[in-house]
Design a protein around this ligand. Structure first.
Ligand code: AMP
Ligand code: ZN
Length: 466
């Protein structure tokens, strides 16, 4: 397996820390609004990564967080807590908002057949782990306190900026004036580990006791705390959208490595955006569609997997209903083909000849193993289906590929072939075997008059609906 690593900006050979178990952490959603197609693209491609690893023989332990506190509208500690904002807008409690949108997220993931992580963990259930991590950082001399918050002092971490390739001096000059909302904050890139229930956060409805007073955690610390709690101090792969490179993931690295003294993540995998008219699909731009919009248009949510896989995960992609409908048609075609193959295979008169399907399997596997070249993998699926391979082999391969594609093709109903047609086909085969070609021909015509076609390849007959 080869994977693009944002740390090195290159495709690297994937070598897990422990060859028998790959550790994978995914930055989960902030549950204050609807899960949209942009999220769906990202989590589908995470799922493809995980399914590929499993397909290639790895065991994977996968953890994903749910952000239900501390994520401010500005990633740089500016603005309001997104959950509080959502609650005010919808006149609900923050807990109700978190629950509603977590359920919506889960429902969406299920509709897309996204394998649930081994552990899904909420930030609000891990406050003690976060406090402990902040205490370690405090002991190691990486923090300072102001009246409003406990901050991570980025100048104590010489590697700050390694992921985004940004120097601290550049960060300093590029920063907006309002970032210094806390006048006691020393460096604009310093980030809050713990916000105190004072000033702008006096009325924050989620708050807990801590060594630094009543308050709530900053956003970044949750991923480090939960990743370390469930996967250990060093992990193999951490994923997220490209928007996380500059701040969130840079901060995760700084705090994790300052606490443990070990490399936090070996491979950083970042997903490109799903856009609408070249603009990121997002809650704030109000240009988003949800799974319900998709269903209302008569599009099967599973077909979105096909839509997303047709573009490489590191390439931006524009969403359009036209493309979604085309993916839906392609998905239906795959379903029909699988249904037809399953019916034919059941009705094969002789054992399937031993034909080689190896080149297709190799091409599919190689495409995925090469930094998840899903467009190439999908092209291989179509090539294989159009090839002269016999039905039994095609069916086997399609089901094998679907372990990664996740299109649930196996649940597709077999094409029903009426008993009468099956009998006619058997009689025809018998006639042929006895060199009674005139009768065989007549039976073929009768089969055709029933709306079916019969084809012979390599001594095996196949029945298809016309
Ligand atoms: P959020 O709930 O906004 O924290 O987002 C959860 C994940 O979805 C993050 O990794 C984001 O980068 C990703 N994401 C949000 N919007 C999009 C989009 N339009 N395209 C792709 N990924 C997105
Ligand atoms: Zn995260």
């Amino acid at each position: 397996m080869r994977l693009y690593n944002t740390l090195s900006r290159s495709i690297e050979k994937f070598k897990p820390l422990n060859p028998s178990l790959v550790t994978l952490y995914t930055c989960g959603p902030t549950v204050y609004d609807y899960t949209h197609l942009g999220h769906m693209r990202k989590y589908t491609m995470d799922d493809v990564l995980k399914r590929t690893l499993i397909y290639l023989g790895y065991h994977v332990k996968h953890v994903m967080n749910i952000t239900d506190v501390g994520h401010l509208t500005g990633d740089d500690d500016t603005g309001e807590d997104k959950l509080e904002k959502g609650a005010k807008k919808q006149q609900k409690t923050v807990w109700e908002v978190a629950r509603f949108y977590t359920d919506f997220f889960s429902k969406t993931m299920k509709a897309l057949n996204i394998t649930p992580p081994d552990i899904t963990c909420r930030a609000t259930d891990h406050i003690p782990q976060m406090i402990k991590l902040i205490q370690t950082l405090e002991i190691n001399g990486h923090t300072y306190q102001t009246k409003e918050a406990v901050y991570f002092d980025v100048t104590t971490f010489p590697n700050y900026g390694r992921l985004s390739k940004q120097k601290l001096t550049e960060k300093l000059s590029g920063v907006r004036a309002e970032v210094r909302v806390d006048p006691q904050k020393k460096h604009p890139a310093d980030f809050a580990l713990w916000f105190k229930s004072v000033g702008r956060f006096k009325d924050h409805s989620m708050h807990w006791e801590s060594p630094w007073g009543d308050g709530f955690p900053g956003w970044h610390i949750e991923c480090s705390a939960m990743s370390m709690a469930y996967l250990g101090e060093s992990i193999d792969i951490h994923t997220g959208g490209v928007d996380h490179i500059g701040v969130h993931h840079e901060n995760e690295i700084a705090q994790s490595e300052s606490a443990s003294g070990k490399p936090f993540v070996h491979y950083w995998v970042h997903h490109a955006f799903l856009n609408v008219k070249n603009e990121k699909m997002s809650k704030s731009k109000d240009n988003f569609f949800t799974i319900e919009d998709v269903q209302k248009k008569g599009i099967d949510p599973l077909s979105l997997r096909l839509l997303f896989m047709q573009t490489h995960y590191r390439q931006e992609m524009n969403f359009s209903w036209k493309a979604a409908k085309a993916a839906n048609d392609a998905f239906r075609k795959l379903q029909d083909t699988r249904g037809g193959l399953a019916a034919e295979f059941k009705n094969l008169a002789t054992e399937a000849p031993d034909q080689t399907s190896v080149p297709y399997k190799t091409s599919f596997q190689q495409a995925l193993a090469n930094d998840l070249q899903t467009p190439k993998a999908i092209a291989t699926v179509w090539e294989m289906l159009k090839s002269p391979l016999d039905s039994a082999e095609k069916l086997k391969l399609l089901d094998d590929f679907d372990q990664v594609l996740g299109l649930k093709l196996k649940t597709t109903k077999e094409t029903e072939i009426p008993k009468k047609v099956l009998q006619l086909a058997k009689d025809r085969q018998y006639a042929k075997n006895n060199n009674n070609f005139a009768l065989a021909d007549a039976l073929r015509k009768e089969i055709e008059s029933q709306g079916y076609k019969i084809e012979d390849t390599h001594g095996v007959y196949k029945i298809r609906k016309k």
